[in-house]
Write a new protein. Structure first.
Length: 756
């Protein structure tokens, strides 16, 4: 917004004007005088005035948009809008990893790729960090709390997020504000590269028109290259005029715009300039060679370079010339240290100019390109490209990165986006695409706390919590075709089997019996059978404890235990007679101090408590079933001695069952708040124990073991009473019923819970 001023007229008042630039001003006298209008953000871009109600306006700026209904006295918020303009993208090596970058006319930011604190990524998951709005931001390898960030004017800061300490470590702290680039000792673009060595975490690089290196976190810097640009002084004149100049360093030209050190070989350095040159050093900067592609147009801006994942002398580059009204994509590849280059952008639309190119290490030849209109993918090392938009808005892509089988995009105007799971792309082939059905091998999945929800207030959606299983179907599976997905443990024993539709009776029986840790995951328990790619998320849990209709618990914990982190788990998809099985691994939370034995003990305890809860509820079901049969029996009884004798026998049994039921379950509960008035019973206490033992990934405490023993003893005592009642009281009821010619009461046997 420093580069333009816009004037808007009030459609109802010819003397009322609005002027937008860095500020927002209003005139009520045709421009003779102005007053400032307070808006939530500076650097204003555009204004819409409602022609029917001029007091209603929408104002856009570098941070988003705001609405007013009272002529600018008050405005809507914009901190809930995903409208950030991101310049660059980097990630740290913390877990979960963070995204770092600068936001146009806002702070730099580092934010989690997933939230373990909430159902979505929110305000608690991000914070300002080093640098300024425009620069590269990078975290130190192995020490993600140490962050370096740049901005215009050669500004470079170091922030320690553990202590809050901030330090200026400018390469050349001679403030250039207002000066043309030709008058400076060093030229630093406001988006100048900053990166760490992949071989030495204590070595950091920064690039102006020459490349600099520091081995002491910015205390000292050394130049390790000559000027690696064309150094055309005619392109370095003072910018702007005649009224005002714009020398903030965004206008500086003839600078290094992309640089890196090869992860394959220490000391192999590549640098690309914004005036169309590419240089290579293979001796840590002692000597440099111009390896610019011969057919790269002059003055192209080398916006991004990427090392080939397997070829030491390989490099990809993305260049742009949109500033010269050339909107073509320019992607190049070399495999011989720049001796020869090949253009590799066939398939990208001619007006979708390219800012970024990245290689996927998980599959040879898999590339991603970020363009002015979205993302493209190539499966053949750049020979052919196709759009890879999915649900990503059509938006300029400023940077891309592949991290832990995720694809991350930085955008202009829509913030950061993450495609959470690239494994189907890694495994996709012509054979797979033409198959009747295909089950993809899931990627490794961490067992983590948390949940996923799209509730209002979340700034970003969490990845799924669980094992994400993808399968491809050539056609929609018909309702008459058997369709299921089975999850098996490392020993090959079935854990869960999921069908397209759950059993209606089971749904009814479980009504209110299980709490939903994750509503999104619960929804995915319905297998989709649509043509194309389908997704199912196994929440890593064993089956829940059985409940019974209209059960009300205070603790509401019925969930089966989480699977133990291990390899060798399997998923089996069956479509009619076709079936396929793939293996997958569950990983432990890397932040946890718990051992494998701790997690095994927690699993065994949770399984035992779940099974005891199921057993208890099965006996309550028996009680309810016997009562139901008693009710039917009563309707058949005549008045008289025989009927009275049967009624009396049933009454005795029912009273004894009632005493057991009330010991096992609080029968007065009708709503979630009733347990505040009526003391909880044995099943609720056991449910609470299951909830406590499920927290984290630690073994049960000694007290948990003791309380479990006490509760089980009390439960067994009541079950013995019930069994005795049914064994002694019911035969008398059935004897009398038989004499009266009435069907007998049948008691269902309880089932032993399945063991893993």
């Amino acid at each position: 917004a420093w580069y333009y001023t816009r004037i808007y007229a009030d459609p109802d008042d010819e003397d009322s004007l609005y002027v937008l630039n860095v500020g927002f001003h209003r005139s009520k006298d045709g421009g003779k005088s102005f007053e400032r209008v307070s808006v939530p953000h500076s650097d204003n871009h555009d204004l819409w005035i409602d022609p029917k109600n001029p007091r209603r306006m929408i104002e856009s700026n570098d941070g988003g948009a705001n609405v007013t209904f009272d002529g600018g006295e008050t405005w809507s918020r914009q901190d809930n809008q995903p409208t950030a303009q991101m310049y660059r993208l980097s990630v740290d090596d913390d877990f979960p990893y963070r995204l770092l970058g600068g936001q146009q006319d806002n702070s730099t930011v580092r934010l989690r790729s997933r939230s373990l604190l909430s159902s979505g990524i929110g305000l608690r998951d991000w914070e300002p960090t080093a640098g300024g709005e425009s620069g590269h931001v990078v975290a130190k390898p192995g020490k993600p709390h140490i962050v370096f960030g740049g901005s215009y004017g050669g500004f470079l800061t170091r922030v320690n997020h553990l202590t809050g300490q901030r330090r200026s470590v400018n390469v050349w702290p001679d403030n250039p504000m207002g000066w043309g680039a030709k008058d400076l000792k060093y030229r630093f673009q406001w988006n100048f590269p900053i990166f760490f060595s992949p071989h030495d975490p204590d070595m950091i690089y920064a690039a102006g028109n020459v490349l600099f290196r520091s081995k002491d976190e910015g205390q000292s810097w050394e130049a390790i290259s000559p000027d690696l640009t064309r150094n055309d002084k005619s392109k370095q004149e003072s910018s702007g005029g005649p009224i005002t100049k714009d020398n903030t360093s965004v206008e500086y030209y003839c600078t290094i715009f992309a640089a890196l050190e090869s992860p394959h070989e220490k000391g192999v350095l590549w640098a690309g300039s914004d005036d169309g040159l590419v240089h290579l050093s293979r001796d840590s900067g002692k000597t440099w060679v111009n390896v610019t592609p011969k057919n790269l147009p002059e003055w192209a801006q080398v916006n991004c370079i990427e090392v080939h994942p397997t070829v030491a002398g390989g490099l990809y580059l993305a260049a742009t010339r949109y500033k010269s009204d050339d909107f073509e994509p320019y992607l190049y590849k070399t495999t011989d240290y720049g001796v020869s280059w090949r253009r590799v952008d066939r398939g990208i639309k001619r007006d979708h100019f390219t800012r970024a190119i990245r290689a996927d290490k998980s599959r040879a030849g898999l590339l991603y390109a970020g363009t002015e209109r979205g993302v493209y993918v190539s499966f053949d090392d750049g020979d052919n490209w196709q759009q890879f938009q999915q649900n990503l808005p059509e938006v300029p892509i400023t940077d891309l990165m592949v991290k832990e089988k995720d694809l991350i995009a930085a955008t202009q105007g829509r913030g950061y986006w993450i495609l959470d799971d690239l494994t189907p792309i890694h495994q996709l082939s012509t054979k797979v695409a033409s198959s009747r059905a295909h089950l993809f091998s899931p990627r490794e999945s961490h067992r983590l706390p948390g949940r996923r929800s799209d509730r209002p207030g979340n700034q970003g959606m969490n990845p799924y919590f669980g094992v994400v299983i993808h399968y491809l179907l050539a056609d929609e599976v018909g309702a008459d075709t058997e369709f299921s997905l089975e999850v098996l443990d490392p020993q090959g024993r079935s854990i869960q089997t999921y069908l397209r539709k759950p059993d209606p009776d089971e749904e009814k029986d479980q009504d209110g019996a299980s709490s939903s840790r994750d509503r999104e995951l619960e929804k995915t328990k319905l297998l989709t059978a649509e043509k194309g790619l389908n997704r199912f998320v196994w929440n890593m849990r064993y089956p829940d404890a059985e409940g019974f209709p209209e059960m009300v618990l205070w603790n509401r914990s019925m969930q089966g235990p989480l699977a133990i982190p291990s390899g060798g788990y399997r998923a089996r998809l069956s479509v009619g007679e076709w079936s396929d099985t793939v293996s997958f691994e569950i990983l432990a939370d890397p932040r946890s101090s718990s051992t494998a034995e701790d997690r095994k003990a927690q699993f065994a305890y949770g399984l035992a408590v779940r099974d005891k809860l199921t057993e208890l509820h099965q006996h309550i079901r028996r009680i309810k079933d016997v009562r139901k049969q008693f009710s039917s029996l009563k309707s058949r009884l005549d008045e008289g001695d025989v009927g009275d004798a049967i009624r009396e026998a049933m009454k005795k049994v029912d009273e004894e069952m009632k005493a057991v039921e009330e010991a096992l379950y609080q029968t007065k509960n009708k709503s979630a708040q009733d347990p505040l008035n009526y003391p909880i019973r044995l099943n609720d206490k056991l449910s609470g124990l299951l909830r406590l033992a499920s927290m984290g990934d630690s073994p049960p405490t000694e007290q948990m073991v003791d309380v479990k023993g006490v509760l089980e003893e009390q439960i067994d005592e009541q079950i013995d009473i019930l069994s005795s009642t049914l064994a002694t009281g019911l035969p008398e009821v059935n004897r009398l019923a038989k004499e009266a010619g009435i069907p007998a009461v049948v008691v269902k046997e309880t089932e032993s819970p399945g063991k893993p």
